[in-house]
Design a binder for this molecule. Structure first.
Ligand SMILES: NC(=O)c1cnc(OC2CCCC2)nc1N
Length: 327
């Protein structure tokens, strides 16, 4: 092999290896090597890319903090509108929803129940398996192109395990403990503190300079497959499992319920235990699992008829003062 081929071979090895360890650490939360070993691999890749820029790959982990500061965000028109959820505030609202659904379908329904992650909704587009466009939900029809910022989110894969066209939706958030650390840093540097993790995530994603976003502890849970070229699925649960096989981060506590009484039981549990979660949720999302039943139910102009959000009462927002323990 000539030098160019040897170099390209080493770049390919490093990109695969670093991407593998990135997924183990940020998506599966089960790292296999130390941060030090990871940094050594990354340094070798960056050094080779610097001396052979023509061999740099678009999906190289070194490209996560690539973009230069923008002077504004371009607009993105979503190919399919990013719908918003109607809300339920009581068990009665849920039973009404269940009655509407079952009387429209005249058959039984399985529900797929997810946390309602309290972050910022985004749409991710992959072309031939490569992350190509990331956008905010915006007004549901038009969002902002924040691709360079979303590339800095380590739990968003730059390349899928299959080279296919895919559009997904997810919620970008900041875990509670990282939020506290971030506010400590803001305070130490005399900067504006964030009121809550949701504002911190939104503020971090709306930075015009991706190198600022890259320093923020952003994470994501993907919760909806919008479109996958030529793939067909029977249920929402299948789409979630499929996205996981592609290396996409989905939530591990999603629950398939056989009927609304099981949904209510599940909601009761998490309404009492949500403080134990490492991230903030503002409720639960209940979705009809069967995709054909969803097609029968359809959407209103802004919300699906096959899903509803059950909102939890606002958590007692711990102010900085409250959190100081008196000795
Ligand atoms: N914040 C969340 O965690 C969340 C938001 N939205 C949805 O579903 C939308 C997308 C398709 C129609 C309803 N699911 C979620 N888990």
């Amino acid at each position: 092999m000539n030098t160019g081929e040897t170099v390209k071979k080493r770049i390919d090895e490093l990109v695969e290896l670093i991407s593998y360890h990135n997924e183990k650490y940020y998506v599966q939360d089960s790292p296999e090597i130390s941060d030090y070993e990871y940094d050594i691999l990354m340094k070798e890749l960056i050094d080779i890319e610097n001396s052979h820029p023509e061999l740099k790959r678009a999906d190289s982990p070194s490209q996560r903090v690539g973009g230069r500061p923008l002077d504004k965000f371009e607009k993105v028109v979503h190919s399919n509108p990013m719908l918003s959820l109607s809300n339920a505030f009581s068990e009665g609202d849920l039973l009404d929803f269940d009655n509407r659904v079952r009387s429209s379908l005249e058959e039984d329904v399985q529900y797929y129940v997810e946390f309602k992650i309290d972050g910022l909704s985004v749409g991710l587009t992959y072309e031939d398996g490569i992350f190509s466009v990331g956008a905010t939900r915006g007004d549901g029809v038009t969002g902002e192109n924040i691709t360079e910022n979303l590339k800095t989110v380590r739990s968003i894969p730059l390349r899928l395990k299959e080279s296919m066209d895919l559009k997904v939706r997810g919620e970008v958030f900041i875990p509670k403990d990282k939020f506290e650390e971030l506010n400590d840093i803001q305070e130490e540097n005399g900067l504006q503190m964030f009121a809550n993790p949701r504002n911190a995530a939104a503020g971090s994603l709306r930075q015009l300079d991706p190198s600022v976003t890259a320093k923020r502890p952003l994470d994501i849970f993907v919760f909806n497959l919008e479109s996958a070229d030529h793939r067909e699925f029977k249920t929402h649960g299948e789409t979630i499992d499929y996205m996981k096989t592609l290396g996409i981060k989905v939530n591990g506590d999603n629950r398939l319920c056989e009927d609304m009484s099981q949904v209510i039981e599940h909601i009761h549990y998490w309404r009492e235990h949500r403080d134990s979660l490492p991230y903030e949720i503002d409720g639960m999302v209940i979705k009809v699992n069967n995709l054909e039943q969803r097609d029968v139910l359809g959407n209103t102009s802004k919300s699906p008829r096959w899903a509803i959000a059950y909102k939890f009462p606002a958590e007692q927002q711990k102010t900085r003062l409250n959190s100081i323990t008196v000795q």
